[in-house]
Ligand binder design. Structure first.
Ligand SMILES: [Zn+2]
Length: 289
């Protein structure tokens, strides 16, 4: 896959629903028909569905590299639900990996990991966490960055941003031998030059368009609120709809119940699950630097 053969992607519009977009990120050009894309109701379909089955000589509207320098909130491939898990790994992550592997076919998810957040250091070989990271990779999941220690990148300095990103890169390179190209900023916020800094480090910045708010509902009865939210916000038409779903593997009831419920709904409505890279039409070779 030679993404460089496609049109360059510059600073395009990203009017995210979840977070505000810096005003200087207004579009410099509009490469796309206004009504193109699977989710026309969303204002930030800055690039269209990617038909990865088409040949390299196809229309530029059909395939495009995943952009940097803006916030991605939506899949570009309809029919895919990208389950994402932030803030781990933690004590529930092994159980989650067991569960994801137990589905038929297995679920491939995306883990936006921290280096030191709910655990003190993910590279401590006396803990299960390095092995958990290696297992994620070997079982087809995508590992992405959520920074070293979950610092708010909007209020951080450029030096702090670089430290937060590169410290996790160094550890992941040592433990799993990959350096992610996808990042989700903590608190879903990346302003005040943050996007430019992450672009400078080569990252695709990915938030979400379906927030389960599992962090507010982590109890046996409470998690039903997140289940209901997921069921009501997920679209019903796999031919046009998709989702990037925010949840967290650091919460017990996310792992114990929400995941089963989400997968049940996804499959009952005819969707399939996939990684963030997959839902953006990016082959696995593009997930890591
Ligand atoms: Zn987080």
């Amino acid at each position: 896959m030679r993404w460089s053969t496609f049109l360059p992607v510059g600073a395009l519009v990203a009017l995210g629903r979840a977070i505000p977009t810096p005003s200087k990120r207004l579009p410099t050009r509009d490469l796309y028909p206004n009504n193109y894309g699977p989710n026309n109701n969303y204002p930030n379909d800055y690039y269209p569905n990617q038909d990865t089955s088409s040949s390299s000589g196809s229309s530029p509207y059909l395939r495009r590299a995943v952009p940097t320098g803006l916030i991605i909130n939506h899949c570009t491939t309809p029919g895919i639900v990208a389950l994402t898990f932030d803030d781990g790994p933690y004590i529930y992550t092994t159980q989650l990996l067991d569960k994801l592997a137990s589905f038929s076919p297995p679920i491939h998810a995306t883990f936006f990991v921290n280096g030191a957040n709910w655990v003190s250091a993910i590279d401590d070989e006396s803990t299960p966490y390095p092995g958990i990271l290696r297992r994620m990779l070997s079982e087809g999941h995508q590992i992405a960055s959520h920074t070293w220690s979950h610092l708010d990148l909007t209020t951080a300095s450029t030096a702090q941003r670089v430290e937060q990103v590169t410290k996790l890169e160094d550890v992941l390179l040592r433990v799993v031998r990959v350096k992610p190209k996808y990042i989700r900023p903590p608190y879903a916020t990346c302003e005040n030059g943050c996007l430019e800094d992450l672009e400078g480090m080569g990252y695709h910045v990915v938030n979400f368009d379906l927030d389960t708010k599992d962090y507010e509902n982590d109890s046996e009865s409470g998690i039903q609120v997140s289940v209901n939210k997921f069921n009501s916000e997920l679209g019903s038409n796999p031919a046009t709809d998709s989702a990037i779903v925010l949840s967290h593997d650091v919460h017990r009831w996310t792992v114990e119940r929400l995941v089963d419920e989400m997968v049940g709904t996804v499959r009952a409505r005819g969707f399939r699950t996939g990684t963030v890279g997959e839902c953006l039409g990016d082959p696995e070779s593009g997930w890591y630097a």
